[in-house]
Design a protein around this ligand. Structure first.
Ligand SMILES: [Zn+2]
Length: 443
């Protein structure tokens, strides 16, 4: 009986799974030769530059491109749910025909390592960065590049990681309806109107949408509101601006460290980072390819002990501390990590100091806290207040200064009393993290 029940259950799960398009490249199965030939001819694909014809192996770049095109051709949308990014720039039924129309040819190249892909008069060259992305990121890239063929180009960024960089990478606004706008519209439609996308692909689309839209438009179209996020052993507890709490079941948090990121929050440890979706109550841990913790994915920096993504004066920085006691900052304009700066006595990187000041700080092994310039990695003079024993995190929230004690209690530092919205929870970590109105501020 048990076996039969199990069999039915497996069949049921399989049939549900089959209703969705795959997410992982190795779950797509083989493509027919006829279909592959059709894609090659429709998009004028230079197959040899992708490593030759491949119908089955999801690790080959050729098959990855076929998977992307299949996602565009078979993805379906319906329903009237909208958000600020959905402006019907590309009609939902036309994605595939529109992409075909805007693509002169597609080849694989290694000539512009700082770019994911580039478009020269309708001819796309996909770079190493494209090959490393998930299906979602790669499909977003193709849609983005296709819009360039229609004459939309970028302007210099006035904020974020590429602020003042020589390479123009931003759109002036969403209403310009350029490449970033069309890309964001696709992500938002997957989330709000998608019919046959896997829940994981949908979740990735939401995080990618938030992770990019917060810096690629010089005129930011989204409104942002901070929430307070506490981590227990197995769940995250979000406190909204009305002081209501919302629980998110995450699985085993263990010694993963909760970090604020541009899209919300990330759980980080060593060379791995997992994105937190603050808009969904239950979630699998998925690799963070949405904030600049994604720099861990390319393996150019390893043996990392701590990391912080931080915005200071309209610029975004990513700073890493290695196990060898060296600090690096990422130089976005050049697409590389800085030379190391010695930090042998540094234990961790924090964004809120014990005195409540915010920015980037290093905590040394004896508890001394120093401000750190995230651009040149120079330490300022030591703060008067050392990191107190028994405190894990400090966070500023709605004009209150809070601290998490190693006992699991969150304390309001002005009164010395337990912070009531989080009373009864065994809290181990605390950050303030951004929510955006693109998908509702809170659930
Ligand atoms: Zn572009």
């Amino acid at each position: 009986m048990k076996a039969i029940y199990g069999g039915i259950l497996t069949a049921l799960i399989a049939s549900v799974a089959n209703a969705y398009l795959p997410v992982d490249d190795n779950d797509f199965g083989c493509i027919t030769r006829a279909k592959a030939d059709q894609y090659v001819s429709d998009f004028n694909i230079n197959v040899s530059s992708f490593g030759g014809m491949e119908l089955c192996n999801g690790n080959s770049d050729t098959k990855k491109l076929f998977n992307d095109l299949q996602m565009v051709e078979e993805g379906s949308f319906s329903g009237g749910d909208r958000n600020l990014f959905i402006r019907n720039i590309i009609p939902t039924a036309n994605y595939f025909s529109w992409l075909k129309e805007q693509t002169g040819s597609i080849r694989r190249g290694h000539d512009m390592p700082t770019a994911t892909a580039y478009n020269s008069f309708g001819n796309f060259t996909m770079q190493d960065g494209w090959a490393k992305l998930s299906t979602l990121g790669r499909v977003g890239t193709l849609i983005h590049e296709a819009r360039h063929t229609e004459g939309y180009s970028h302007t210099q960024c006035r904020q974020g990681p590429y602020r003042d960089a020589y390479l123009a990478g931003c759109d002036s606004s969403l209403s310009q309806q350029g490449s970033h706008g069309v890309e964001m519209e696709y992500y938002s439609r997957v989330v709000l109107q998608g019919q046959n996308f896997h829940p994981v692909y949908t979740q990735m689309a939401r995080l990618m949408n938030l992770g990019r839209a917060n810096f690629v438009f010089n005129d930011n179209p989204m409104a942002q509101k901070d929430g307070l996020i506490a981590a227990g052993q197995h769940e995250l507890i979000a406190v909204d601006s009305d002081l209501n709490t919302h629980e998110h079941v995450v699985g085993d948090i263990g010694d993963l460290r909760l970090k604020r990121t541009s899209f919300g929050a990330t759980l980080y440890k060593g060379d791995e980072a997992f994105a937190v979706d603050l808009y969904q109550s239950e979630q699998p841990l998925m690799k963070d390819e949405f904030s600049y913790f994604k720099l861990l994915l390319d393996g150019r920096i390893t043996d990392v002990a701590d990391m912080q993504e931080v915005d200071v004066a309209g610029r975004r920085y990513m700073v890493a501390l290695t196990q060898r006691g060296q600090l690096h900052t990422y130089i976005y304009a050049e697409g590389r990590w800085s030379a190391p700066s010695s930090a042998a006595d540094v234990l961790s990187l924090v964004t809120t100091a014990p005195d409540g000041s915010e920015g980037l700080f290093v905590v040394s092994k004896d508890g001394t806290v120093y401000p750190l310039n995230p651009g040149n990695l120079r330490k300022g003079s030591a703060l008067a207040t050392k990191w107190p024993q028994g405190v894990v995190d400090f966070a500023n929230w709605r004009s209150q200064r809070l601290a998490v004690e190693t006992t699991g209690r969150v304390v309001d530092l002005s009164s010395g009393k337990a912070y009531s919205p989080l009373e009864g929870y065994q809290v181990q970590q605390l950050v303030r993290a951004p929510y955006y109105n693109a998908f509702g501020f809170e659930q």
